[in-house]
Ligand binder design. Sequence first.
Ligand SMILES: *Cc1c(COP(=O)(O)O)cnc(C)c1O
Length: 407
Amino acid sequence: MTASDDIRVRLGAEAVINLTGTLTTLGGISARPEAIAAAAEILGRGVDIVGLQAAASRAIAEVMETEAGFVSACSAAGICMAIAGAMTGDRMAAIERLPDTTGMKNEVVVQVGHLVNYGHPIEQDVRLTGARVVPFGAVNSATQSQLEGAIGPNTAAALYVVSHHCAPDGQLPIADFVRVCHARGVPVIVDLAAEYDIHSYLRAGADITIHSAHKFLGGATAGVVAGRKELVRAAFLQGYGIGRPMKVGKEGIAAAIVALRAFAAGDRAAERAALLVPLNHWRVALENVAGIATDLDPDPTGNPFDRLRITVLPDAGFDAVDVVHALEVGTPPIRVRTHQLSHGSFILDARSLGAGELQPVTERLLAAIEQARRSRAEGRTDDVQAWKVKHAAALRNWPDLNAEVVQ
Ligand SMILES: *Cc1c(COP(=O)(O)O)cnc(C)c1O
């Protein structure tokens, strides 16, 4: 153990700089100070969880202008519990019987373009409960009549996903989705894990919405489940069934309540402007670097903030993946958003940028680009595929993270 004022180092982990924003694999967003204080304060106290969750329900109902809510372990848990609740209602015998769905409606309709992988396949959240996904439409088109056709006597719920992971075009808008489902008595569950919009889907008729507390809200790891009281209660009661291994702690509940209130009171325009400061700083620093172009990248699903896209131009002599690799293996390690690597770009999200990290990032960016240029000039080759293989191998070798890659 090293004497350090950084808990990550004291515990033997790496002090990584998180430029992915809110990625769960980096522990989510750096939490708000008031949420951190709430978690720390309640950790030392005993509290009746059912009562604390009832308080959470009142806070969620007030802030999100809906009937009820509770705090789940995370959004994935919230999705599972909401779907399970749609199947069981408040019948304890049914709750304890899952994932055996005998005697229950057990189908969940989802448009194909919403069957995303956000770290694991969302379809697995449905199957975990014992339900099965009934997909409709195609990756680039889904229609009301296809949704009507997918709904049948065994339909328990309909799942709708809002995310940059979803197919971009041709998906059914929420208003049409809700209208078709409600005409057939099917509740609509909306996964909004990373979406700042905490009101309009409920206003559009969603029966349950699910947001992550450790993403834009700035809480500890948790999920916020909100909506119609009867369905929220049925989802909450899964804590006495399949939800038990998904249990949220008192610190997650307390931090989520405080974070939700702080988020609701926040000034989105001022926050957006503040986030532009580091992005513009890096833009200026990279302005005259050969082979590099930068763009401000407004959030693709319309959330009120921007990121910085860094593109390695085709004639640069090196690839974006080389730069990302140099950023990751250097000191301090820097993690960026990589889902556009195959388009020659990587993306910086400043929402979790820590105090004192702005200048180190600038320096490491410039150094990583030059390192990429040099190692290519020296004939080393790397590509996106090799990058993926390396990452997959690192997981298979866990906990021996530095083991030789054996293929
Ligand atoms: C992050 C994410 C999830 C999972 O959220 P957790 O709270 O980490 O479980 C689910 N759906 C979407 C669309 C996400 O972006």
